[in-house]
Ligand binder design. Sequence first.
Ligand code: FMN
Length: 230
Amino acid sequence: MSQSFKENQAPDYSFSNEKRQGVYEAIALRRDIRSFLPNPIPDEKLGRILEAANMAPSVGFMQPWDFIIVKDFDTRNKLHAHVDSERRHAADGFEGKRKESYSSLKLEGILDAPVNILVTCDPSRFGPSVIGRNTIRETDVFSAVCAVQNLWLAARAEGIGVGWVSILKNEFLRHIFHIPAHIIPVAYLCVGYTEDFDDTPLLQKIGWLPKRELDETIHSEEWGKKPAAG
Ligand SMILES: Cc1cc2nc3c(=O)[nH]c(=O)nc-3n(C[C@H](O)[C@H](O)[C@H](O)COP(=O)(O)O)c2cc1C
């Protein structure tokens, strides 16, 4: 894969315009989806989405993730009841209009989505010594989250919506799915076709929080120092 390049000219491994646009579109048009259609996801499609997740980067190449595919309605019903109760507790953390607004939001599609996927992290995968994990222990969980993001983007490219549900207790997930104590549940995802992928994140649209613009996020050389204009 060597490529000759002239002085001062970096090798160009960039994708064609069309392919590049596809990548940026998947990123920009990915949404957290909370309402799903009952249509089943074809196995090949789901397979491709999971293959994408399984290609994620991971600390020391430990690939700590596993995916529990959940379709059983009774199981999803139990999960839904648990999330509903946690959500009611969470509502107590807000007051007045904010509480009303929170309570009116649909924050999961556990029952409408035909497939739910639990992404887990096994910190013990391939033994205790992992290249790169010595100092920052959480890098194994970070790696599992990279798999979630790959899955989310691939699903968008396939026209499949994904919604992350985090209003739940890990002990409950461990209990329901018979997960060994050392395995960490990382992300509970609802997956399926949807009526609509909005251009704008829901919480931005309803004015819950503003979108931070890129220039607000950039610091130059040190924390708090803004780059010169332009
Ligand atoms: C770690 C994590 C947990 C989340 N948990 C929930 C959740 O429990 N319910 C929900 O409706 N959205 C959840 N979301 C989705 C966010 O609200 C959403 O990503 C954010 O508002 C931006 O919208 P977008 O994903 O459509 O761009 C979660 C997202 C992340 C990354």
